[in-house]
Design a protein around this ligand. Sequence first.
Ligand SMILES: C[S@@+](CC[C@H](N)C(=O)[O-])C[C@H]1O[C@@H](n2cnc3c(N)ncnc32)[C@H](O)[C@@H]1O
Length: 268
Amino acid sequence: MNNKIKIFKTQDGSLGLYDVELNEVYHSKYGAKTEAFEKFIEPCLILNNKPLKILDICYGIGYNTKTALLHFKNIELIDCVEIDKELAIKSFEFDFSKDINKIIKKNLEKPDFINFYFDDIRKVIKTLDKKYDIIFHDGFASYKQPQLWSEDLIKQIVLKMHDNSIYCTYNHSKPVLAALHQNNLFLGKIKKDSRTIATIASFNKDLIKNPLCEIELSCLKTKSAITYKDKDLNLSNEEIIKNRKKEIENSKRETLSHFIKNLKNKNI
Ligand SMILES: C[S@@+](CC[C@H](N)C(=O)[O-])C[C@H]1O[C@@H](n2cnc3c(N)ncnc32)[C@H](O)[C@@H]1O
């Protein structure tokens, strides 16, 4: 592991990673394994009896794929995308079921039903020619790495979904919800102790348990929901952030605080 990445123990005892330069965790301090189950696997258990094709975007050390292998009965294939190959190679050094780690190791050496794409998701996404039943999207925070959350990348990801696919992410920021919403997906909240911890999206509204309410959807029309733009999928994070800031400054949209103030005035 290169020395800009540190290992730390999360609250469920599993190990997580922290990127010192980016000042960004790869895994929740509340539990790396718990996070994988609660935010990515549990919301998709509704599909468990079907043969599943899964796309794991931002594989990291593979908690999402490994947890999927533990819980889903009928996995047909998993395509994993990760820019840092070293992480995947080291991934089976992290404590997980020995059998699962063995499967990962075997597939890394000679892909059977798990394929690894070690490159920028922005390049890989256009080369994938399948529709997936489940998509995990687990990039770093969007305000730090908007390359992974632009409306343009999200549009490409959504093209890999069929009518009954489920898309999952921990991200529930407004620009990301807005980018998903503009692709006509139904959006739902994954909740824990009445807090929203993640997002689920599908073209099939029957697969969405806690849909966003009208007010939450209206918030997506405010300035704070202006999406990240990366038309040709080649801008730097800094350029994307700078362009969005300019777009917000020039936008005639209502601000979120004004929208909320109006709601309070109307006693809603
Ligand atoms: C939040 S971590 C993901 C954690 C991972 N799901 C796990 O279970 O360990 C984000 C990951 O995105 C990867 N990444 C960053 N930029 C990327 C890009 N442009 N394309 C693909 N992966 C990228 C990072 O190397 C990092 O492993």
